[in-house]
Design a protein around this ligand. Structure first.
Ligand code: ADP
Ligand code: MG
Length: 369
């Protein structure tokens, strides 16, 4: 019997390393979180599209025809992610006869853990299973990224969508964003008595949109001046010396050294080395984001410093920056002490107390029932 309803899941993600590399054709290394979006979907035959999210106030009631013809300003911002996915299915020739979507997420919104990709990917998977079973994962990544870029107006690379769709339990996803080649890299924290903490500082990422766009422009300018298609093509940080502008030199150095850090960590973990050995590389990544790329923020630096002082093997901001979350790699029996130290350090400076999660590499998007 053909399936006309069900529930789908797509996770949030945390990027272990590889920040601001995805729009430079570089490498990233995310894992799926045990937090995610549950999308309850029901096909309809009448062209109607009805959406609601437990985390958003207004319901949206429209039609597939309206999506093809209407100006999108009438739709609340949050709904442009799922509506964008529906519209992209149709635009690519995968007819959506109508759908009801009921959304409910456990991913904190705007914390750098990709609640937006959890939203768009859960919907995309539901649409695939209900209406277009032959669509490939690559096309789903392209559809969900287009939903974010074009319909929601957020110029992301493919990191978030790839992580939500392709991650597997117990693994990091090594992704080459130039070729879309992927590799599942084992990340067994349990075996080494380690924990990965995610500390959501709860600070709004006020500057993120404008600054993100500026960083993209700066990276493109640096690549052009170095005579390469993208910064991915520069293997040695010393080559930034050819850039006359010191600001572009710093921006380029972050991307080049960050790509090297992803490769180094992937290499260590592939060999099943003790993940404690990657700690200093994580911390170096934070310093590079703070000093060269200048996308950190005082609460993030405070949290990283406090985690390291309390014995974390490595800590860094994760996500685009200017707020959001920090990750810390800690001995399992130190997890409580490190969380407490970070909370004390943040509140002592007048920042809100963080929300702390202990995360394990979890499953990517899938059908629940
Ligand atoms: P992040 O993806 O890091 O959490 P973004 O700013 O990229 O932050 O995406 C957050 C946006 O995604 C929200 O402002 C909202 O528009 C949408 N969103 C995410 N989760 C939900 C949800 N549960 N319900 C409705 N909209 C959501
Ligand atoms: Mg997002």
């Amino acid at each position: 019997m053909e399936s006309t309803a069900g529930r789908w899941w797509a996770p949030g993600r945390v990027n272990l390393i590889g920040e601001h590399t995805d729009y430079n054709d570089g490498y990233v290394l995310p894992m799926a979180l045990p937090l995610g979006m549950t999308c309850t979907a029901r096909a309809r035959p009448d062209g109607a599209v009805r959406l609601r999210s437990r985390q958003a106030p207004a319901e949206v009631d429209t039609t597939t025809t309206a999506l093809a013809t209407a100006g999108w300003s009438e739709f609340p911002t949050w709904s442009r992610y799922p509506l964008g996915v529906i519209r992209e299915f149709e635009r690519r020739g995968h007819e959506v006869p109508g759908i009801d979507l009921d959304l409910d997420s456990t991913v904190p919104i705007g914390a750098g853990l990709s609640s937006s990709a959890a939203l768009s990917c859960s919907v995309a998977l539901a649409l695939r299973d209900l209406f277009a079973p032959t669509i490939t994962a690559i096309e789903l990544i392209d559809i969900t990224r287009t939903a974010e870029n074009v319909y929601a107006g957020v110029p992301t690379g493919t990191l978030d969508q790839s992580a939500a769709l392709l991650c597997t339990p117990g693994h990091l996803l090594f992704l080459d964003t130039r070729t879309a080649a992927t590799e599942q890299i084992p990340f067994d924290l349990e075996a080494f008595a380690l924990s990965l903490l995610v500390l959501d500082t709860g600070t709004p990422r006020q500057l993120v949109d404008g600054e993100y766009a500026t960083r993209r422009t700066e990276c493109a300018a640096a690549a052009a001046q170095l005579g390469v298609p993208s910064l991915r093509d520069i293997p040695y940080p010393s080559e930034v010396g050819r850039l006359p502008n010191p600001l572009l030199r710093r921006r380029a150095r972050h991307v080049i050294t960050e790509n090297a850090r992803v490769l180094q960590i992937a290499e260590q973990l592939r060999k099943r080395a003790d993940p404690r050995r990657i700690g200093p590389v994580l911390t170096a990544g934070h310093e590079s984001l703070r000093d060269d790329f200048e996308v950190s923020a005082p609460p993030l630096d405070t949290a990283v410093d406090a985690a390291l002082a309390a014995g974390a093997h490595g800590a860094r901001m994760t996500g685009a920056g200017f707020g959001g979350s920090v990750i810390a790699l800690v001995d399992r029996d130190r997890a409580g002490a490190v969380s407490s130290s970070v909370r004390e350090a943040l509140t002592a400076k007048g920042f809100p107390p963080p929300r702390t999660f202990t995360v394990t590499p979890s499953a990517g998007a899938h059908r629940l029932d």
